[in-house]
Design a protein around this ligand. Sequence first.
Ligand code: NAD
Length: 239
Amino acid sequence: MFGRVADRMARARTVVFVTGAGISQESGIPTFRGKDGLWRKHDAMKLATIGAFYEDPELVWEWYEERRRNILAARPNEGHLAIAGLEKSRRVHVLTQNIDGLHQRAGSTSVYELHGSIIRIRCTACGFKDTVTAGFSRLPPLCRCGKVLRPDVVWFGEQLPQDVWRAAIGHASSCDLMVVVGTSLAVSPANLLPAYAKKNGATLVEVNPEETPMSGMMDLSVRSSAAEALPALAAAFSP
Ligand code: NAD
């Protein structure tokens, strides 16, 4: 499956995975593109914005509550588990655009959540933050200070948490191998990470059933699903 880059992969000591919604698709969590990109006729890309939230916080919260229930009931798949298993033999960092926590639940210990987490909430006014796994009795939920709470995620058009982003650039710029899995590479600035790795001379591998705007800069594009390709990739690393 890995042909001419197999040797370079086997020699890689530090491996960085850049992951997106596609890696969790086989855990039953919809992506934002194609037929999955609609919720009750609403475009997911438009709902995940600060504008949509202030226009109709109840609607956006209903969407997040449904996603939270689905995510909390989901289980990591063979793709997440293969990445976690690689820590036995390599230094591994995961830079994820996902908000579902499945990498951590699979056992990965170095995970950078570029777009936050759906199980955390924060106040839109007072800075209060918490982790919440139960459902809310009313939507939108209110903070003790009386203002509206929001999911602690990064919406389209918002800035990434700067400490997480700086760490992500550091890991991307110093890895030997970057594996980009299940992301359309359409969302900025996360889609800049492969360029940082390339600049450092890292080998770039993409796992995605479909072509992406950055397929041209990859050393190898594996056109299969994450749950299929990642266990094979992990096996190729075995001593
Ligand atoms: P995206 O929806 O833009 O793209 C998904 C990509 O995954 C596509 O390129 C598709 O071809 C590929 N894909 C689909 N099924 C796959 C599979 N089984 N294996 C491998 N690849 C597969 O996702 P994105 O690039 O992550 O960007 C969308 C934004 O939406 C991100 O900010 C992300 O945080 C958010 N999001 C997160 C989740 C989650 O946490 N699970 C789910 C949906 C959206």
